[in-house]
Write a protein that binds this ligand. Sequence first.
Ligand SMILES: [Zn+2]
Length: 203
Amino acid sequence: MEKIVNYLKAVWLGFISLPILLVILQFIARELYLSRFGILITLYKGQPIAINYIVRWLLLIEPESMQGANFWAVLAVWGIGWFFVADWVRDFRATMTGIFLTYLLYIIYLSLYHHYSVVLCFPENFYQVFMGVIVSALAHLRRKRMGRITFFDKLKRAGIEVPEAYQVDIKIPLKCSRCGALLLSNTKYCWKCGKDLEETLYS
Ligand SMILES: [Zn+2]
């Protein structure tokens, strides 16, 4: 069940965040006058931008999106977006699937909803997919190397030591080993028979 949730999370997050990120990037470039350094993103032209136009940029099927800084902005968006999704979902397969499903959903959105005839060329329209794949693989490796940081590790860094016995990973619900009662929380005593559960769990 948790697996399916991860897949949904990855697709949903990617699908929603990429257009937003592209708009944010355009905004930042404009506000910081990055055009002074030759970085000119031309998504915004002083008029409201339609979502399907942004999506066409994200798929690199809009000729303008392939030009100069625009192309790099789209690549950056796929990179930044999928890095954060990978870091949040923490499921390599779900993130990878999310990248391809997001791509597919954008095509479906354009073709079925906007009746836009999508023509994809290889590799022109797939650079951003490569970017997403590479970045989420890197995010995955980074997380693997860092290991799993628990809440207790964070407490330890802050100078608070919690005894080993309290750091045992327990899956609830539990069952009392004496009377078999269902325990919905990690309690010291069984609510039914009063058995000391800490004794058996932590020793
Ligand atoms: Zn009991």
